[in-house]
Design a protein around this ligand. Sequence first.
Ligand SMILES: [Ca+2]
Ligand SMILES: [Ca+2]
Ligand SMILES: [Ca+2]
Length: 192
Amino acid sequence: MKQKKQVDQNLCHHLYKSKLKKVDLTTIVLVGLILATQGFCSVSANAPPRFILEEGDGADIVVRLREGTATPPGTVIYIARGFDPDGDQITFGLNEATLGPASSGLVTVTNSPSGNEANIVLNKYLDAEFETQHQLVLTLTDNNLGQGNFITQSLVIIVDDVNDNSPIFEPHQPSILVREHSATPLQLATIR
Ligand SMILES: [Ca+2]
Ligand SMILES: [Ca+2]
Ligand SMILES: [Ca+2]
């Protein structure tokens, strides 16, 4: 695992400023060595990446989508953005293990080759009569967190209902024969 040396900024900045003033270089080196051996100037671990949320996002990212043809497969439903304090390359993904059966295969996470974002792409038509909400867990790693370790971010898809179950006529006779001078009122047909 790659590690970046990240020396305690306050302490080392202080030492550097001292050097600019009046303490001689030998003293600074000696003090620095003593502090380092005592663990004060420690080498810290990799800083983890984090998601950058959009204005209005809460703890969960919430995306409202209309069912059916209003939101066809291929639609980019959200663009995930992230940042790594060390400047490491970051990779977004989806925690498949947390998906319910109705949400499995629903979206694909496509990382942008250019940088710190990924498209969340819809793979299937949504159906509000089947599922009104999908809970997804996005993952993020800087590829230094270790195998199986990720930063996570919840994304909820709320499926808005559309009247996609329009009423239809049952099959019926295309034409009706009525004799002239028939008694009225006369029931011609019943439609359902
Ligand atoms: Ca990092
Ligand atoms: Ca439907
Ligand atoms: Ca509907």
